[in-house]
Design a protein around this ligand. Structure first.
Ligand code: KG4
Ligand code: ZN
Length: 382
């Protein structure tokens, strides 16, 4: 197969990213400009600000990705860009820039679904390690700030297809981490700090009832989810409300307000700062919340793996960086005789290397985007 250097561009949420990947297997450069610091005071991503920051960052980020790779605009073989899902205004910045480059340079342009990018982050990671021997069928859990999806992934030559067999009915798992952290005065984003603090609390201290979904999602058909096998949907708004109720019934509001104020006065709080502002009750609550989420994600994914008799699990997306989630899946997969793969932590959260990697099979298949394609905020993966 011919070598191809693909310049990937990603701007679907709050990271402006560009990367050069060789033939879907070697990361030649990978630049991520995170806007987290700008959104932090608002406790979440502000779409208008995100678009504006992407506009500011896109040219220097792409230039750096090319320079780091020792490549030029002319030397790369193709361009790839995230089409969706994501914030429409944010996506449009990456798409407009990629289109302009492709037109000016007369290079092929490949549009990539962000969720397919997360799945290919796992494949990229394995190819980097020399592992080309994956057993199908694959079940992929894409779990991030905006998504919690289960996909059956199959491959035929250079063509990949995906069946959605589960999704969240309300909040994404990462969103639950972020909302609970905000509620407890721990800042944004919540996942990484809850991950670290949970190691200092008792995960059995607070009991959360398991989420139960009795009926099929009425929106499945409307959203293009037509697969009629068993479904494994998720729901995380209940646990967020349960944490809120716990805070209220245990009169924790005062200490939370104090922590919020103290932490916001520290420019870049470290783990010791968080720990010195968290009592045992808070650490136990955080650890129990994470435990409940991890058990739910792993429990449903494993049940789906059994129902569909899969050989391999991919766990990917920002929440896949979570240490307890990784341990749980490693343990469960070993017990069930399944292979489980994760991207490295930098490839778990949003990046453009995964977009360039996912574009490679489309490059080989000659699947190029027409110049009139646009952002698809609610793009479905098929
Ligand atoms: O994939 P990503 O960078 O962006 C989306 O596509 O959403 O994921 C970001 C999400 C945030 O909700 C963040 O809190 C969560 O991933 N996250 C984590 C961890 N690191 C990031 N959640 C749990 N544990 C972590 N270590
Ligand atoms: Zn993502």
């Amino acid at each position: 197969m011919p070598d191809a250097y693909i310049l990937g561009i990603e701007s679907s949420c709050d990271e402006t990213a560009a990367a050069v990947v060789r033939s879907g297997e070697e990361i030649v450069s990978n630049v991520v400009f995170s806007q987290i610091a700008m959104h932090q005071p608002y406790g979440g991503v502000v779409p208008e600000l995100a678009s504006r920051e992407h506009l500011r960052a896109i040219v220097p980020v792409v230039r750096k990705a090319l320079a780091d790779a020792g490549q030029t605009y002319q030397s790369v073989d193709a361009l790839a860009v995230t089409q969706g899902p994501g914030l429409a205004g944010a996506l449009l910045v990456g798409i407009s820039y990629a289109k302009a480059l492709a037109f000016a340079l007369d290079k092929p342009l490949i549009s990539v679904n962000h969720l397919e990018g997360h799945i290919h982050a796992v494949l990229l990671e394995e190819r980097r390690k020399g592992n080309y021997d994956l057993r199908f069928p694959v079940l992929a859990l894409v779990v991030s700030g905006g998504h919690t999806h289960l996909y059956l992934a199959t491959r035929q030559d250079n063509s990949w297809s995906y069946e959605n067999i589960g999704h969240t009915r309300d909040d994404a798992a990462g969103e639950a981490f972020d909302k609970v952290a905000k509620l407890l005065g721990l800042g944004y984003p919540g996942g990484p700090i809850i991950d670290k603090l949970s190691r200092h609390g008792d995960s059995h201290a607070v009991k959360f009832p398991p989420s139960q979904l009795k009926h099929r999602d009425r929106n499945d058909q409307k959203a293009g989810r037509t697969y009629d096998g068993p479904r494994f949907d998720f729901s995380y708004s209940g646990i967020k409300t349960a944490v809120l109720r716990y805070v209220e019934t245990h009169n924790m509001q005062g200490s939370i307000a104090g922590r919020r104020k103290a932490l916001s006065a520290i420019p870049q709080p470290k783990l010791e700062d968080y720990l010195s502002h968290c009592d045992k009750q808070t650490l136990d609550l955080v650890a129990s919340f994470q435990r409940a989420l991890v058990e739910d994600l792993a429990g449903k994914t494993l049940a789906a793996a059994r129902a569909y008799d899969v050989a391999t699990l991919f766990i990917t997306g920002g929440v896949a960086a979570n240490q307890e989630l990784r341990h749980q899946f490693e343990k469960d997969a070993a017990q069930e005789g399944l292979f489980v793969y994760f991207p490295s932590r930098p490839l778990s959260t949003d990046n453009a290397a995964m977009i360039a990697a996912a574009a490679y099979h489309k490059f080989l298949a000659g699947e190029f985007a027409p110049m009139d394609f646009s952002a698809e905020a609610g793009m479905v993966l098929k």
